[in-house]
Design a protein around this ligand. Structure first.
Ligand code: SAH
Length: 261
């Protein structure tokens, strides 16, 4: 018995056991007792997670056919299979306020949304690792100056150290995806609260990258900043030139400017 791959759920099942084990082993296991796997499918990663005996593994899977399969294959896991949409599920129900790590060979059609939800839940997620399409994994980990550096890179790296670990070729999946895949790890920073208003920071980063070819002086017009502030050299730059730290400083400057007006 096996699960029939469904395209609309981004199902590409990993068939290489060595790679599955290598992905499961990307977790440091420090700072939490629970692990949540997103999209276990037929459980290729799950069995290596279940080997980590001092941690409790939960899985969340949207596909009823995969859930049936997992229930019959991993009898002990059954009470910890959550048959829900990761993007909509309220994790307080299972974890209350306790920390948990997130891992997966993720459904690529919702990659960005998965990262945004993890960022929302950052107080509870000290570690995150797994596989995305290669471009997304690279984008998350890139530094300023790179063409693919963008919203996802800055927002993630404000709270997490991001490491691109290794590339996986389409040939080890069934059915093979059209793109290469990349495995990354995010480790939450020791100090992950920002020195500026965090809501404003998100807004500044998103607004700046919406027009990534323009200088900040032009792209941040909607913030109604004082002429004095807009003359600062930083406003002559384009968003991809700013480090995460500079985005935080910029947000602080904007915050002060708005207060003064
Ligand atoms: N981890 C497995 C399957 C990867 S395919 C493997 O490596 O073989 C991606 C999996 O994510 C599929 O099983 C799919 O059903 C599941 N999935 C897709 N969207 C989801 C969602 N919103 N919430 C939870 N699981 C989802």
């Amino acid at each position: 018995m096996s699960v029939k791959a469904k395209k609309h759920l981004g199902q590409h099942f990993l068939t290489d056991e060595n790679i599955a084990k290598k992905i499961a082993d990307t977790l440091s296991l420090v700072g939490y007792n629970s692990i949540l796997e997103i999209g276990p499918g037929m459980g290729v990663l799950t069995k290596y997670l279940l080997d980590k005996k001092d941690k409790t593994t939960y899985v969340i899977e949207i596909d009823p056919e995969s859930v049936e399969f997992l229930k019959s294959k991993f009898l002990d896991l059954a009470p910890r299979i959550i048959e829900e949409d990761f993007l909509k599920y309220d994790f307080k129900e299972v974890f209350s306020n306790k920390p948990f790590a997130v891992i997966g060979n993720f459904p690529y059609n919702i990659s960005t949304q998965i990262v945004f939800k993890v960022l929302e839940l950052r107080d509870q997620i000290p570690e995150f690792s797994g596989m995305f399409q290669k471009e997304v994994a690279q984008r998350i980990c890139q530094k300023e100056g790179s063409k693919v550096y963008g919203i996802l890179s800055v927002l993630t790296q404000a709270f997490y150290n991001a490491e691109y670990l290794f590339t996986v070729s389409p040939s080890v999946f069934s059915p093979p995806p059209k793109v290469n895949s990349g495995v990354l790890r995010l480790t939450r920073k020791k100090k992950y609260t920002l020195s500026c208003d965090e809501k404003l920071f998100f807004k500044v980063v998103k607004t700046a990258f919406q027009q990534r070819r323009k200088t900040l002086r032009n792209s941040l017009k909607t913030f109604n900043l004082s002429d004095n502030l807009r003359e600062d050299v930083i406003f002559g730059k384009r968003p991809e030139q700013l480090s995460v730290k500079e985005f935080i400083n910029l947000s602080t400057m904007i915050q002060e400017d708005v207060k003064k007006q």
